[in-house]
Design a protein around this ligand. Structure first.
Ligand SMILES: Nc1ncnc2c1ncn2[C@@H]1O[C@H](COP(=O)(O)OP(=O)(O)OP(=O)(O)O)[C@@H](O)[C@H]1O
Length: 248
């Protein structure tokens, strides 16, 4: 069966001066896959993700995202992906509706598309009565769901999520993951970092970064089997224990 490759990295590397933040990582992510990108604090996840999103030029190595080159085609990458950063970038002093309109406008969507899809989205999120409220006034979990919805509003093929569920309760995280599954079921490739090991179990495949390198990459089931671990928590602890790099 031939599958489409959404993301391909080969020896991708990033130096900051003499420090190697990302050290020759290589992997492929298939279209529609939920790919977990794990690692301890400071392992290099955000740096790697920023290179893949066309936000930071690599020092060496190669990578393509949605078929576009991370050195030469960063604008095409940005148009074809969604990105939810750790400090997810909703405007707190705009309303829910204004935020949606703002981001949809960046991607050049028509007024008709924005109007129809906004109505659908607010209904899906059960946020119709919040439409005209400032984002500042929303609970964190709602903001995160809204930020995710905004990140995929322009219907990209790939979405990058950098610790999208930090700081919210398990029920809200579970609801967030239902949204991720729905996106993946529509064929959107999901590249997600998380520190929650229960979330790692929800991924199709998981890579674990240690000190800038990918130390393990497989399905959660296979990782547990090969490391003789009963949970992803244990897998993570066994690998992360080897880290020499100090977290910030
Ligand atoms: N602009 C920069 N200049 C210098 N060093 C940097 C820069 N950005 C990141 N680093 C360093 O690179 C390393 C990897 O950082 P990165 O943020 O990619 O890690 P991470 O795995 O995403 O961590 P976290 O889980 O805490 O977000 C860290 O030691 C960090 O201090």
């Amino acid at each position: 069966m031939s599958q489409n490759i959404a993301i391909k990295a080969d020896q991708l590397t990033k130096h900051f001066g003499a420090f190697t933040a990302v050290d020759g990582i290589s992997f492929e992510v298939q279209q529609g896959e939920i790919f977990g990108f794990l690692g301890a604090n400071g392992a290099g996840k955000t740096t790697a993700m920023r290179m893949l999103c066309g936000l930071s030029i690599p020092t060496s190595g190669t990578a393509t995202v949605a078929g576009f080159d991370v050195y030469k085609q960063t604008e095409q990458i940005k148009r074809n992906i969604g990105y939810m950063s750790q400090k997810f970038s909703l405007y707190e002093d705009l309303t829910v509706k204004e935020n949606i309109r703002f981001y949809a406008g960046i991607y050049g969507k028509s007024d008709a598309f924005i109007k129809e899809k906004t109505a659908y989205l607010l209904q899906e999120l059960h946020m119709e009565s919040e439409a005209n409220k400032l984002v500042r006034s929303l609970p964190l979990g709602w903001k995160q769901k809204l930020a995710f919805s905004v990140a995929i509003f322009h219907e990209p093929g790939i979405v990058f999520l950098d610790e999208p569920t930090g700081g919210v309760d398990p029920v809200t995280r579970r609801e967030f993951w239902n949204m991720i599954y729905q996106a993946a079921a529509k064929g959107i490739t999901v590249f997600v970092t998380t520190h929650y090991m229960d979330e790692a179990e929800y991924c199709n495949r998981v890579s674990i970064m240690v000190d800038g390198r990918i130390d393990a990459l497989d399905t959660p089931r296979e990782l547990k089997r090969s490391l003789q671990a009963s949970s992803m928590d244990e897998v993570f602890l066994k690998l992360a224990r080897k880290a020499k790099r100090n977290a910030d």
